[in-house]
Design a protein around this ligand. Structure first.
Ligand code: PEP
Length: 256
C-alpha cells in the first residue's frame, strides 16, 4: 500500500552536461517501469536543466539536497523554498548526516527546515541515523527517537503522511558497509513506532521510510523486500544511470 520511493542523492557530483546526459539515458531505461516513485536530487546548478528535461513528469520527480528555511534575505550562498518550487522541485533532503556533521546543523535547525518545507509544499526527505560509536554502545534506538522528536516538533499530524524518512546509519554511508536487511528492518520498525507516538499508528503506517547507506544493485532487492523498508536513498550508486536503474528495478520486482 505504500508506493516505493527510490531517490538519488548526487551530493557535490555531476556538472550540468553530465547531468543532462545521465537523464537522457535514464529516462529511456526507466520508461517502462511503473509503480515506483523516482526522485533525483542533483546539485542546485543542474536543477534548471533537469526541470526542463523532466518537468512535472509523474515518473521522475526532482529533489533538492538542501535549502534555507527563511523565505528570502541576507543569507549569502543559500537557496529558498520558493526558488526550488519554481523549478518543479517536489522533495528536499533535510538532516543528511553530512549536513549535521560537516555543516553543524542541529535538530532545532532541521526542525525549522521541516516546517518551512511543509509550508511551501516541498516534501521533506528527513534523514536520521546513528554513528558507529552510538550503535556499538547500543544507543541506536534512543538516537533515532531523539532525532525524530527534535526534527518533527510542532509538525501537524496531517503533514506526516507526505513526509519521507530516510534511515541512514552514518557508518554505512559511502563506506561500502551496508546494514544487514535484519538490522535495517529493526531500525525501520522502531522508526515507525516512534512516528506512531508522534502521530498515531494509522498515520505512521502511511509514511514511507527509505534505507540509505551503500545501497547497490546487488543488495537492493533484499533490503527492499523487508516489510518496513519502503525505498532507498542512494548516493554513490546513483551516479551511473545503469546502476541506478538496476536499483529502481529491484524495487519493482519486489512489488511484483
Ligand atoms: C547518502 O549519502 O545518502 C548515501 C546513502 O550515500 P551512499 O549510497 O554512497 O552510501
Amino acid at each position: 500500500m505504500r508506493k516505493k520511493i527510490i531517490a538519488a542523492n548526487w551530493k557535490m557530483n555531476m556538472t550540468v552536461s553530465e547531468a543532462e546526459s545521465f537523464v537522457d539515458d535514464f529516462q529511456r531505461e526507466v520508461a517502462d517501469i511503473t509503480g515506483v516513485e523516482i526522485v533525483i536530487a542533483p546539485p542546485f546548478t543542474s536543477l534548471p536543466k533537469l526541470s526542463e528535461l523532466v518537468g512535472d513528469s509523474q515518473n521522475i520527480r526532482l529533489g533538492a539536497q538542501n535549502f534555507h528555511p527563511e523565505p528570502s534575505g541576507a543569507f549569502t550562498g543559500e537557496i529558498s523554498a520558493s526558488m526550488l518550487r519554481e523549478l518543479f522541485v517536489r522533495y528536499v533532503i533535510i538532516g543528511h548526516s553530512e549536513r549535521r556533521q560537516i555543516f553543524g546543523e542541529s535538530d532545532a535547525f532541521i526542525n525549522q527546515k521541516v516546517l518551512a518545507a511543509q509550508a511551501n509544499e516541498l516534501k521533506p526527505i528527513l534523514c536520521i541515523g546513528e554513528t558507529l560509536a552510538e550503535r556499538e554502545a547500543g544507543r541506536e534506538k534512543e538516537i533515532l527517537a531523539g532525532q525524530l522528536h527534535g526534527a518533527l516538533a510542532n509538525v501537524p499530524v496531517e503533514e506526516f503522511p507526505d513526509m519521507v524518512i530516510a534511515y541512514e546509519p552514518v557508518w554505512a554511508i559511502g563506506t561500502g558497509k551496508t546494514a544487514t536487511a535484519a538490522q535495517a528492518q529493526e531500525a525501520h520498525a522502531h522508526t515507525r513506532e516512534v512516528l506512531a507516538e508522534l502521530s498515531n499508528p494509522e498515520t505512521a503506517n502511511k509514511i514511507r521510510i527509505q534505507y540509505g547507506g551503500s545501497v547497490k544493485p546487488d543488495n537492493a532487492k533484499e533490503l527492499l523486500s523487508q516489510p518496513d523498508i519502503d525505498g532507498a536513498l542512494v548516493g554513490g550508486a546513483s551516479l551511473e544511470s545503469r546502476s541506478f536503474t538496476r536499483i529502481v528495478s529491484a524495487c519493482c520486482e519486489d512489488n511484483g
